[in-house]
Design a protein around this ligand. Structure first.
Ligand SMILES: *Cc1c(COP(=O)(O)O)cnc(C)c1O
Length: 457
């Protein structure tokens, strides 16, 4: 999603270069027609910028249906999908258990703006199986969850400034659409038109994996920092795997300065394991945010913390936060059906083993051929990087020119029936619905695409 911020104003629609690959380009006739029409309705023809294919070749594919790990576009092309709606679909498309639960609940009406037992049911599933939250609040998106978590941190600590990291995405609320200025510790600069400079001045942006920058920031803004927010595992600008030692340092520094540590687990929550990155590190954040998987494909977000901290949310406390459709019964139903599956014993072990085998065999292929290509991976998340670096831990470590190779790969993969998110900065997801057969097929397509990418150098 960060990538979309970089490309949002560029707006250049590049011509597809001549196809010199070994497969013809897929037909995009119907998609192109729909795109021409959608452009008359929506800016860039889309309702979320990265969907517009600005970072890869060709017009965006309009998706008609999905089933298991497969999707079909408007032209009838079929793909093995690794985008998974950007992460929510850990059980794959059109999962029967989710669909049936949603249909069952829908029979009774779709929204009341009053409490329902379904909210309790989903909350209980989460709180009983999560050692990091005692009380929670449901929202309708990840953005809302994070925005509310920030307000809660400010309300709770009585301080205004927040520290975020270059290379982490936290949704599109004003105080988080901020990027690093120059210098080690700086006020952020807005990364979107329309964000007041005065808002950006409350957000300090520093590089990941840099303890000195954290120390400096707390010295420079002594007693002013309400919270440090970091993605559980940064996965919106490549996959920037952090050392546990660094996260422990963040934890200790926040405690020392009475600032809250927020893990934004909108991607990693219920993905790395039921308890997300917090359990992966064994580190307790003060506030956690979830989204994506929690709604099983319907719009749900959540933030949670200790009962004491959550006691500051209205109507118990003075931090206001609300939502007409928060806790919507149909969305709760999808969440309940999804999380129930995730709690089955062995779910994550099996999924992660499958995904790791997939990532490792692609890495073995690339290494054997000496390709400058690395698969960074954790759990069922993977990221293809055109690099020879063994570690990429900061946004700066990513060479933007390497994205040219991703563009070629993306096109070649579409031509071979594989769908990745349309940007080289985005991670891919293996779901429980990817079978060994499909993963083998995907691997072979990836090997062919890599051979073509590196032939073209
Ligand atoms: C996707 C994402 C968000 C925003 O969630 P939306 O549902 O798109 O508003 C926030 N934080 C992280 C880490 C995300 O991956």
């Amino acid at each position: 999603m960060l990538e979309s911020l970089k490309k949002i104003f560029s707006g250049n629609e590049e011509e597809m270069p001549v196809n010199t690959g070994s497969k013809p380009d897929i037909s995009r006739e119907k998609s192109a027609e729909l795109y021409a029409k959608s452009k008359t309705f929506f800016p860039g023809g889309v309702n979320s910028p990265v969907r517009a294919f600005k970072s890869v070749y060709g017009t965006p594919l309009f998706i008609q249906k999905g089933d298991g790990c497969m999707i079909w576009d408007a032209d009838g092309n079929q793909f093995i999908d690794f985008c998974a709606s950007w992460g929510p679909l850990i059980l794959g498309h059109n999962n029967a258990k989710i669909r049936e639960k949603v249909i069952e609940v829908m029979q009774n009406g779709m929204s009341f703006g009053a409490p329902t037992a379904l909210e309790n049911e989903l909350a209980e599933l989460i709180i009983k199986n999560n050692s990091f939250v005692e009380k929670i609040r449901f929202t309708s998106s990840g953005t809302e969850a994070v925005m509310s978590a920030i307000r809660l941190a400010r309300g709770y600590t009585g301080k205004d400034k927040i520290i975020k990291f270059e290379g982490c995405y936290h949704g599109h609320s004003d105080s988080l659409l901020v990027k690093a200025g120059s210098g080690l510790v700086t006020f952020g600069e807005t990364s979107s038109a329309g964000v007041p400079k005065s808002f950006a001045a409350e957000t300090i942006v520093i590089a990941l994996n840099d303890k000195e920058a954290i120390t400096k920031a707390f010295e420079q803004f002594k007693d002013q920092v309400a919270a440090v927010i970091i993605e559980g595992i940064p996965a919106n600008n490549g996959l920037l795997l952090q050392d546990k030692d660094y996260i422990e340092f963040l934890r200790a520094t926040c405690t020392e300065h009475k600032a809250l540590l927020i893990f934004d687990e909108v991607i990693t929550g219920f993905r790395l394991g039921f308890e997300g990155a917090a359990a992966h590190y064994g580190i307790k954040p003060d506030i956690v945010t979830y989204g994506k998987i929690i709604g099983g494909g319907l719009p749900v977000g959540m933030y949670g913390a200790s009962a004491e901290i959550m006691g500051h949310i209205s109507p118990d406390g003075g931090v206001y936060q609300a939502g007409t459709l928060s806790g919507n019964p149909v969305a709760m139903a999808a969440g309940i059906a999804t999380l129930t599956e995730l709690l089955r014993s062995g779910f994550y072990k099996e999924l992660n083993a499958k995904a790791q085998e997939f990532a490792e065999s692609i890495q073995r292929f690339a290494s054997a051929k000496n390709y400058k290509f690395k698969v960074f991976t954790i759990g069922s998340i993977f990221w293809f990087a055109f690099t020879d670096k063994d570690k990429i831990q900061t946004a700066e470590d990513i060479d933007p020119t390497s994205m040219e190779k991703f563009k070629i790969m993306h096109r070649e993969l579409l031509n071979r029936g594989i769908y990745l998110g349309p940007s080289g900065y985005e991670v891919g997801f293996v779901s429980a619905s990817h079978t060994k057969i499909e993963l083998e097929k995907a691997k072979r397509a990836i090997f062919d695409a890599l051979d073509l990418v590196f032939r073209k150098q």
